[in-house]
Design a binder for this molecule. Structure first.
Ligand SMILES: [Fe+2]
Length: 142
């Protein structure tokens, strides 16, 4: 098993400027680092299932928090395209993780690096392209 993935250090570059959102993103990055470490030393179907379960529940909680702020500050009305795109990304990600969990349940393993890079790439790309846009919108309001 390769160990291509390094620990991702939290960086100011990932900040949206909204403290509550940034804290949750930080937790997500730490969770992925921990998952990477655990799978490096103990790769098993059970660990893959626990990791994806915990990640999915925290991601859903986090998406709800962001979407609550969108509602509170009328993101849909003021930036309908950005709102739609953002919601779609949250939904697509949740579906992908549910599909992945179904596949694990059926006994199909996924390589550690494939899992961690999919999750990390999705998260960092979503933060950079989509959450920061919402962060800028919010910062102008509060
Ligand atoms: Fe988001």
């Amino acid at each position: 098993m390769s160990e291509l993935l390094e620990n991702i250090k939290w960086s100011k570059d990932y900040e949206t400027g909204i403290e509550e959102i940034d804290e949750q993103h930080h937790i997500l990055v730490n969770t992925l680092n921990e998952a990477n470490k655990l799978l490096t030393t103990d790769y098993s179907l059970e660990n893959l299932q626990n990791i994806t379960k915990d990640l999915l529940s925290y991601a859903l909680y986090h998406f709800e928090e962001e979407e609550g702020l969108m509602k509170e500050y009328h993101y849909e009305k003021e930036a309908p395209q950005d709102f739609e795109n953002h919601m779609k990304q949250h939904r697509d990600f949740s579906h992908k993780v549910v599909e992945l969990r179904d596949s694990l349940k059926a006994g199909n393993l996924i390589e550690k690096d494939e899992l961690i890079s999919f999750l990390l790439n999705w998260l960092l790309n979503h933060i950079d392209k989509t959450d920061k846009k919402f962060g800028n919108f919010l910062q102008a309001k509060i």
